[in-house]
Write a protein that binds this ligand. Structure first.
Ligand code: EPU
Length: 430
């Protein structure tokens, strides 16, 4: 068992370098299955979700090598199965991308229904709708989704809602299909554009990623490439909020400021200063933080993946705030943990209602999921006293070396290997 121990109350100061985007990388690693030659991925984040994706590829026969820190070589020519091992698939939401890429390459896929962060019900009906339109038949047995098609033929896919995963899966399945596919009502997140750019850099013909309509002309062959993954919008946003919450001054390097616009706008509304440069932003808090109202929306709106972090900041802002999550309405399990730290916040339907307090106090808390865990780290950094965060495996799924990066900014944070009595007994009895 690992936990973070944070002695809070130190303003963060200095520079931090943002890693490659998790949500682009998990899709791109799965997309390498479609490539007819080896691929090198640069700026690939060292996080446990990526380790999982690479383990899945290896277990299926691919050659996967870490060339150097953040650089990975993947050759999927020797892939010899359409089955993703069930125990691995269930670990990650992103394993649904193996459905699209295996279907695109082999016209068949077997993937156990994905797990990942528990944010409430996460159906994949829109993914299946896209696969069916392209000609696949789907069936489910023992929790495993099975897709099969004689051939994939382009078609018109109209999504009922904005879905990041379904939009990416539709591109993966369509990029080697026969003919022309039009995908309407697409999600527009930066990682969708990055996946399309990756596929195009290998010879795919995809237009319109980042808009409502994506058009795909199927191609027969995808060639090898060296591709750098974009910087992580949410990791950058998390450090921006951490700088604000600790009343520090932090320069956040290797970012695309355009991707951060909705986060920057929300922070400015709260009284935080954000200065934008070509590939970095500087964040500091000149005075008091002010309460506000925030609604999460699909891109370019305020991202649901920043909802716990910004709500945590607002627990320390003057006045009252309401943060509503329209995308994952039960993504509020961190609120009970924040209350242990002295926050005045309560959940009502899809919203958290917050009344700012003068300060948070250190406490022992548990990370309920990835972004909630990051929010608790922010709370611990700002709080008076010592905060212990358990279940940090969730945080490690998506933040590369968060404790080292924070220490580089002057935080007092330690990763502690604690002995868990029950875990130890299980090992002894096994
Ligand atoms: N939805 C459906 N049916 C579908 C697909 C989605 O009803 O077939 C609903 C979902 O239940 C949700 C909404 O549509 O209410 C949006 O879901 P989306 O498909 O966009 O989410 P996702 O692809 O499962 C990705 C990210 C999440 C991020 C969301 C929203 C990855 C691997 N995951 O999930 O990231 O919150 O988009 O932006 O890209 C995270 O990084 O912490 C994280 C959870």
């Amino acid at each position: 068992m690992e936990k973070f121990v944070i002695r809070g109350g130190r303003p963060l100061k200095g520079e931090v370098f943002i890693s490659g985007a998790k949500n682009a990388a998990v899709a791109i690693v799965a997309a390498t299955i479609l490539c007819d030659e080896p691929v090198i991925l640069e700026n690939c984040p060292q996080i446990s979700d990526i380790t999982f994706c690479m383990k899945i590829l290896r277990s299926m026969g691919a050659e996967v090598r870490v060339v150097s820190k953040n650089k990975v070589y993947i050759d999927c020519r020797s892939l010899n199965t359409t089955h993703v091992p069930a125990d691995m698939a269930r670990e990650m939401r992103a394993s649904s991308y193996f459905l699209g890429s295996l279907l695109g390459r082999f016209h068949e896929a077997h993937v156990s229904l994905p797990g990942g962060c528990d944010l409430g019900d996460r159906p994949i009906d829109q993914h299946l709708k896209a696969f069916r339109i392209l000609g696949a038949k789907d069936s489910m047995s023992d929790g495993e989704e099975h897709l099969k098609s004689e051939r994939l033929i382009g078609g018109l896919i109209y999504f009922d809602m904005n879905s990041v995963g379904a939009t990416i899966n539709a591109m993966l399945a369509a990029c080697k299909a026969d003919g022309y596919t039009v995908i309407e009502n697409c999600a527009k997140e930066p990682h969708i554009v990055d996946v399309a750019n990756f596929l195009n850099s290998m010879g795919a013909d995809i237009m319109g990623a980042g808009t409502d309509t994506i058009k795909v002309h199927g191609v027969k062959y995808l060639h090898g490439v060296e591709y750098p993954i974009i910087p992580d919008q949410i990791e950058a946003g998390t450090f921006m909020v951490a700088a604000a919450a600790t009343h520090g001054t932090v320069t956040i390097r290797n970012v695309i400021p355009k991707h951060l616009e909705s986060i920057t706008a929300a922070l400015r509304q709260i009284g935080v200063s954000v200065e934008e440069f070509d590939d970095y932003v500087r964040v500091w808090t000149p005075g008091e933080l002010r309460g506000t109202t925030i609604n999460t929306m699909p891109h370019p709106g305020f991202p649901t993946d920043m909802q716990p972090q910004i709500s945590t900041l607002l627990t320390m802002a003057k006045g009252s705030s309401v943060v509503t999550d329209e995308i994952f309405s039960s993504r509020f399990r961190y609120v009970a943990e924040l209350r242990r730290m002295g926050a005045d916040a309560k959940v009502s339907s899809k919203s958290v209602l917050i009344t700012g307090v003068d300060e948070l106090k250190g406490a022992s808390v548990t990370a309920p999921d990835l972004r909630a865990g990051a929010a608790l780290v922010i709370a611990g950094l700002a709080a008076k006293g010592v905060t212990e965060i358990r279940d940090i495996k969730y945080i490690q799924r998506g933040y590369e070396g968060i404790e080292e990066k924070l220490r580089g900014l002057g935080a007092d944070i330690e990763l502690v290997h604690s002995v868990d009595y029950f875990e130890d007994n299980i090992k002894i009895n096994a």
